[in-house]
Write a protein that binds this ligand. Structure first.
Ligand code: SD4
Length: 338
C-alpha cells in the first residue's frame, strides 16, 4: 500500500525532485493543459478525434463522446460497437456510459441495433431523469431520439460466433492481451479467445474539467442479458471533478465486485498517484481471488485533476494511449502484477 504519510512528507520535502525522479509514481503532461487518455492501442485513433475538440478549447464531455465513437464505428474492432462479437445467441448487445464534471451521468445496458451507444447514454443523461436504460427500453428511447436501427453483426463476427458454436465452450481467456502483445495473429486465435477489449476514455479540458466515457460489446459469447462493468458508474467509469477520473477494462464481474473505478478515484483522493491508485485497486482483486487471478485480466486507467495519469493491470500487455499538446500518438505499456 502506498504510504500516505510518506507521500505527504516526500512532497513537502522535495516536491520538485519527486516530479522529475525516475521513481516518480505519476506520469504527467506537467502543464495542466488539456489531455485525453484511453485504453488499448486503438485509443490512439479515438484520442485523435477527442483531441480535435480539446485542442479547440472544447469541452471534455464532447471530446470523450466523439473519441469513443471512433472504435464504436470501426468494423474491424470486434469488442466495441458495430462489428462487436455477439453473445452466445448470436446477438450483439452493447454497454456504455458517460460522466461529466458535474457528476451527471448516463448509461445504456444491453442495447441492441444502435451503432453509437455512447451517444444514447449521453441523451439518457441529458434528456431523462434517469441514469440507466436497459434492453428494449433503451432501444425504444434511442429510436424516439432519432437513432437508426442497424444490424451490428458483421460477417466476420458471425463467422467467429459460428466457429465458437461448434464447441460452445465459454471460457474467457483473460490474459489474451499477452498473446496479442506477443504478436500472435488475432485471426488465428479460436473464436472464444479474442473476446474482450473495452474503450474507456478520460479527458481534462482547457477549463480544467474532467469527463469520461466507456463503451463495449462486452465479453464475447456471454449469456444473453449479461451486463459487464462498462456501463456501471463507479465500476467501469467514475469521474470526480475535484480529484480525478478512472476507467476499467477486463473481466467486468471483478470490476463490479470491487466498484473498481470509484475505488481508484477515492484512492487518488487519499493522495495516491494515479498508477498507485490503479495498482491498489488491482491488489484488492488479487487479495480476494488469489490463485485464480493467474488467468484473469483487469486493468485500470486513471487521470487526476493535475493531468497526471497512470495505469495498472493484473496481466501484462495492457496498453493505453495518451494525447496532449506535446504528443498525439503515444502508447504506453501499463505495469502489471504478473
Ligand atoms: C466487460 N469490461 O464487459 C468489459 C469487457 C472488457 O476488455 O473490458 N474487455 O466485462
Amino acid at each position: 500500500m502506498y504510504n500516505r504519510r510518506k507521500f505527504i512528507r516526500d512532497t513537502a520535502l522535495s516536491g520538485a525532485l519527486i516530479a522529475i525522479s525516475k521513481n516518480s509514481l505519476a506520469t504527467s503532461n506537467n502543464t495542466n493543459q488539456p489531455i485525453v487518455i484511453s485504453t488499448w492501442d486503438f485509443g490512439v485513433a479515438a484520442n485523435a478525434d477527442a483531441w480535435k475538440i480539446l485542442s479547440n478549447n472544447g469541452k471534455a464531455l464532447d471530446a470523450v463522446e466523439a473519441g469513443v465513437k471512433v472504435p464504436e464505428a470501426d468494423i474491424k474492432n470486434q469488442s466495441v460497437g458495430y462489428g462487436g462479437l455477439p453473445d452466445r445467441d448470436g446477438i450483439v448487445t452493447l454497454d456504455a456510459c458517460i460522466m461529466d464534471h458535474l457528476g451527471n451521468c448516463g448509461a445504456v445496458l444491453a442495447l441492441e441495433n444502435i451503432k453509437h451507444p455512447i451517444a444514447v447514454a449521453r441523451l439518457v443523461m441529458e434528456k431523462t431523469p434517469h441514469v440507466m436504460l436497459a434492453g428494449d427500453g433503451a432501444l425504444q428511447f434511442a429510436l424516439e431520439q432519432g437513432f437508426k436501427k442497424e444490424d451490428l453483426l458483421t460477417e466476420n463476427s458471425k463467422k467467429a460466433w459460428k466457429e465458437w458454436l461448434k464447441t460452445s465452450k465459454y471460457e474467457p481467456i483473460s490474459n489474451i492481451e499477452n498473446k496479442l502483445y506477443d504478436k500472435a495473429a488475432p485471426e488465428k486465435l479460436p473464436g472464444n479467445q479474442y473476446n474482450h477489449d473495452t474503450i474507456g476514455m478520460l479527458a481534462l479540458d482547457n477549463a480544467g474539467n474532467l469527463s469520461g466515457a466507456c463503451t463495449t460489446s462486452g465479453m464475447a459469447y456471454k449469456l444473453h442479458g449479461r451486463i459487464g462493468d462498462s456501463p456501471i458508474i463507479g465500476a467501469g467509469l467514475y469521474v470526480d471533478n475535484e480529484i480525478g477520473a478512472a476507467t476499467a477494462t477486463g473481466v467486468g464481474e471483478e470490476v463490479v465486485r470491487n466498484v473498481g473505478s470509484f475505488l481508484v478515484v477515492e484512492l487518488m483522493r487519499q493522495c495516491y498517484p494515479p498508477e498507485e491508485a490503479c495498482k491498489e485497486a488491482v491488489m484488492r482483486i488479487i487479495k480476494k481471488k488469489k490463485e485464480s487471478t493467474k488467468n484473469l485480466q483487469v486493468g485500470f486507467l486513471a487521470l487526476n485533476k493535475k493531468g497526471e495519469y497512470g495505469a495498472y493491470a493484473i496481466q501484462k500487455g495492457f496498453t493505453y494511449a495518451v494525447c496532449d499538446s506535446k504528443q498525439q500518438d503515444l502508447v504506453i505499456k501499463g505495469k502489471s502484477y504478473y
